[in-house]
Design a protein around this ligand. Structure first.
Ligand code: ADP
Ligand code: ZN
Length: 624
């Protein structure tokens, strides 16, 4: 235990003070507690005597052995209303009683109650009690925080780190755009609801289903929907929570989880991020991780331990099925595997419909447009998009979400928060030329996507941005399309070179260059689009404990490796040359566009094309 006394003292100090006040409070209830109207105002003894002489006092209640009086009085100073006033009486005022008697005041003395003694006794007890409980509280807190020093205290005991939801409330209608996965799961709901259909013909109910897909594609949602549809409880835990500092804790958590699940069967057990425990065993660098192995073994034992028909179905999620231990995937364990992919246009549309149900969206917006603008968005991204748009709508005091809010929300999700625009300066001009460079190259190449807008308003890390309308989910991209993208990405740097000269080029292109290089490399090594020929030269060997590219044992010779680099260089050089030509040949248009951009800060796609069209022809686009 390493909780230092300093922290302890620091923590307990406020608690000591608070308990002291509470303690005092309990000792004090000598004034009539039944009286809701205990006087707030006070007066001096002298003033009280004056009031008495004037005949303004109606009633006196004595408390505290005659040390305190609550006086009911009426008078011009009191707004001619009867008010309760508290008066502290001097130690011995026997003449007062006589005076009160004479002046015909309703007099009442309240003896001290015995309860007071009890309270004070309790109060005395309470003080240390409070302190002790607070100290315990502090220890518990620190032992709950992950990896905190208090952890040792809970050694061996497993805390209930899994969650249980008796009713998830999620139904299949809430899940959209992943129809194949849904179908698979509809069958599982039948297993849970009507097991006799299957058991009567001797079928074994599956125990485990592995959901494979990128984050945010709705894996958790789907698992919850099975539980919701079948009306069974939902247990969930994340694989990363199994992996603890101490050997044995993970395994005991698995045991606890399945114990609880068996008590509540039929039910769904959901294990998120199963790759955290379920990696291939025994291949880690410097030996396996004992703790993880034990946890995994326990998981396998548990899954083998219950009969298929007890009604527990384990659903696990991962985005890397390739690194899972093959033992997990054996029959009787996670033998069913369902892939959940990033939704396509239709999928996005139906997910948007689900999430637009409870939002006020302007009738003029068709969700089609939003779905078109969001290739690559996951279900979670789309949900987030509509929510961001709703927040913007509320902030702008509008009644309905309009296209403007949707657009802004997309920009924000894709590129980050909007910053404040630069003031006019040399660097603003440079950024303007850079962005117009991207945009003009994109516009003039027939294989490039259309410009959607160009802006000098910074967002996230970017100081200016050019947006292209993504063409519909392209699964197949042609060589000339990739080349066009490379040239578009080089457009920014090329404009800097031509306009400001080689000495003035900036670091602003680093991200562009990364993309360019990666696209060119993939052309050579993955897509067979270089002079080396149609070969796949990727590292297929995947050591799960090293990043793939770090693994370093290539399937090809050093000679090929040199050739690859040469090809990448050639592709980029050729594209760079062509890009420079486009910039040089269109310098007049570019200057004009930069002036407009600096003035307006944002030019949208159609306006951009209008300006370009004044000077030159825009080729018919292949895509769209
Ligand atoms: P995962 O578990 O795959 O990372 P989640 O299931 O946690 O993703 O998804 C997060 C949220 O995104 C969900 O709660 C839901 O609001 C939304 N979402 C994701 N996919 C879908 C989908 N296919 N249909 C509807 N909503 C979805
Ligand atoms: Zn750029």
């Amino acid at each position: 235990m390493k909780l230092s006394w300093k922290t302890l003292l620091l923590w307990s100090l406020p608690i000591i003070i608070i308990s002291f006040f509470v303690w005092q409070g309990f000792l004090a209830p000598t004034i009539n507690e039944n009286d809701n109207n205990v006087a707030n105002s006070r007066m001096t003894y002298g003033r009280f005597l004056e009031y008495l002489d004037m005949g303004w006092v109606k009633k006196v209640d004595l408390y505290d052995n005659g040390h305190t009086a609550i006086v009911e009085a009426i008078g011009p100073e009191l707004g001619n209303r009867i008010q309760k006033i508290r008066v502290e009486l001097p130690n011995s005022a026997p003449e007062l009683i006589n005076k009160l008697k004479k002046s015909n005041v309703d007099l009442n003395a309240h003896p001290q109650k015995n309860t007071v003694a009890i309270w004070s006794f309790l109060g005395n007890l309470l003080f240390p009690l409070l302190l002790i409980t607070s100290l315990i509280f502090i220890f518990r807190r620190s032992s709950n925080s992950n990896g905190g020093p208090g952890q040792a205290m809970s050694f061996g005991k497993s805390k209930a780190t899994f969650q249980m939801e008796a009713k998830t409330g999620v139904i299949f209608d809430d899940v959209a755009g992943i129809d194949e996965a849904k179908e698979e799961f509809e069958e599982i709901v039948t297993f849970l609801k009507k097991p006799e259909y299957f058991t009567s013909v001797g079928a074994k109910i599956p125990k485990g289903v592995l959901l494979i897909g990128s984050p945010g594609t709705g894996k958790t949602l789907l698992a919850k929907a099975i539980a919701g549809e079948a009306n069974v409880p939902f247990f969930s835990i994340s694989g990363s929570e199994f992996v603890e500092m101490f050997v044995g804790v993970g395994a005991s958590r698995v045991r606890d989880l399945f114990k609880k699940a068996k008590e509540n069967a039929p039910c769904i057990v959901f294990i998120d991020e199963i790759d955290a425990v379920g990696r291939q065993r025994g291949t880690g660098i410097g030996g396996g991780n004992d703790e993880r192995e034990q946890t995994l073994n326990q998981l396998l034992t548990e899954m083998d331990g219950f009969e298929g028909n007890t009604g527990i179905i384990v659903v696990a999620a991962t985005n890397r099925a390739d690194i899972l231990d093959s033992a997990l995937l054996r029959p009787g364990r996670f033998d069913r595997q369902v892939t959940v992919s990033i939704p396509d246009f239709k999928g996005r549309l139906s997910i948007l419909k689900v999430h637009a149900r409870n939002k006020k969206v302007d009738e003029n917006i068709s969700l089609n447009i939003i779905a078109k603008r969001t290739p690559g968005f996951s279900g979670a991204d789309l949900a987030n998009l509509l929510n961001e748009a709703a927040i913007l709508t509320a902030r702008r005091r509008k009644n309905y979400i309009t296209l403007k809010e949707i657009d802004d929300a997309i920009d924000r999700i894709v590129a980050g928060m909007e910053g404040t625009p630069l003031i006019d300066s040399k660097s603003k001009r440079l950024i303007a030329y850079h962005e117009v460079g991207h945009a003009i190259v994109g516009t003039l190449l027939k294989d490039h996507d259309n410009v959607q807008k160009v802006t000098l308003i910074p967002r996230g890390q970017a100081r200016g941005l050019t947006w292209f309308t993504p063409s519909e989910d392209q699964n197949l991209i042609s060589r000339s399309q990739i080349k066009a993208r490379i040239m578009g990405a080089l457009g920014g740097r090329a404009a800097e070179e031509i306009v400001f000269g080689n000495a003035e080029i900036t670091t602003g292109a680093s991200n562009d260059l990364q993309q360019v290089t990666s696209m060119a490399r993939q052309m050579v090594t993955r897509f067979g689009m270089s002079n080396i020929g149609p070969l796949s030269l990727e590292n297929t060997d995947s050591n799960p404990f090293l990043g793939r590219s770090m693994a370093g044992n290539n399937d090809y010779s050093d000679e090929i490796s040199i050739k690859i680099d040469k090809q990448i260089q050639d592709i980029i050089q050729e594209c760079h040359y062509k890009t420079l030509e486009i910039i040089k040949n269109n310098r007049v248009i570019i200057d004009k566009l930069v002036d407009t951009l600096i003035e307006k800060e944002t030019i949208d796609g159609s306006e951009f094309r209008q300006i370009v069209q004044l000077y030159t022809n825009i080729p018919e686009k292949h895509s769209t």
